[in-house]
Design a protein around this ligand. Sequence first.
Ligand code: ATP
Ligand code: MG
Length: 360
Amino acid sequence: MKPVCVLGNGQLGRMLRQAGEPLGISVFPVGLDAEPEAVPYQQSVITAEIERWPETPLTKELARHNAFINRDIFPRLADRFPQKSLFDSLNLSTAPWALLDSPDQWPELFATLGDFLIVKRRTGGYDGRGQWRVRPGDEKDLPTEIYGECIVEQGIPFDSEVSVIGARSQSGESVFYPITHNLHQDGILRTSVAFPDANPVQQQQAQSMLSAVMNELGYVGVMAMECFVVGDKLLINEIAPRVHNSGHWTQNGASISQFELHLRAILNLPMPAPEVFSPAVMVNLIGTEVNNDWLNLPLVHLHWYDKEVRPVRKVGHLNLTHTDCLKLKDSLDSLIPMLPNEYKSGIEWAKTKLDWYSRQ
Ligand code: ATP
Ligand code: MG
């Protein structure tokens, strides 16, 4: 098997490395501190776990490498302007938007997009950073340096948020996981829930939208598409040309995880559609120290990233999966007192999703 080099060495690179291990695929996440001699980049296939990576002589080498899969697609998706333009050109529904170049635009923006707007940095934002919620009057408090650097979007009064994760092979075939239901708080993903059999209409809609994007780009590998659900319609929020936080449940809830699927795609290995046998819940650990008590619960899979714990930083996640929703809910109930209070609402939300599923 060819080795794989990953631009970036955060948790996604770490989990790609873990997924490669059983298949005999050596994965080398490359961060700022990577030593070029330790990375066999000449013989490797190159991928990325982030849209923009720190520039070092080695990462520059990797970023222009011919074996960097999707190399020319990254710049188009790492900037919200070409990304949103792509949705428009494919006639895919997305939150109405405009480029934000000057403060003079505000009256017209409120008139055309409405009274609740979200300013987003074109590049570099994540976990809700680099965003401003703006209602009439708030615009004067915005930092002046954002003009020319941002887009502005209509605030969507969505019913809920979902994502779909798919992967496209080198021969152009795509496979998908069932839709994931996501709860974000303050712009950061807290909890995801997925079921083996998603709503077929929503699933079909999501797959055809993501397929349109992947086919247009000639993309290879795992791509995630985040959507707002409004009635029976999906609006694309954003896409990510990589493995994605809302797909972490696949590590324990699917026959092939998103990390393994991505490696299979970029290495041109077989990629049958992953099987999902039971409901799965993922709880993001955000700024919370590890607690061995979680391991008393037999359904809990702890994925700890070994990062320094800081407020609002993703430091790990817990996956739980079981065919019996009651067992899953019991386990979630037992987790609540083992976590800080701010986890409670996200876990209760997951339980309501499981209740809804049990009633189907
Ligand atoms: P990620 O960590 O997924 O990369 P991000 O920082 O790039 O996140 P977005 O996904 O654009 O940011 O926004 C984060 C969250 O903020 C969304 O999941 C959603 O809850 C909310 N949000 C973003 N855009 C809108 C919008 N136009 N209308 C309503 N809510 C929005
Ligand atoms: Mg997002």
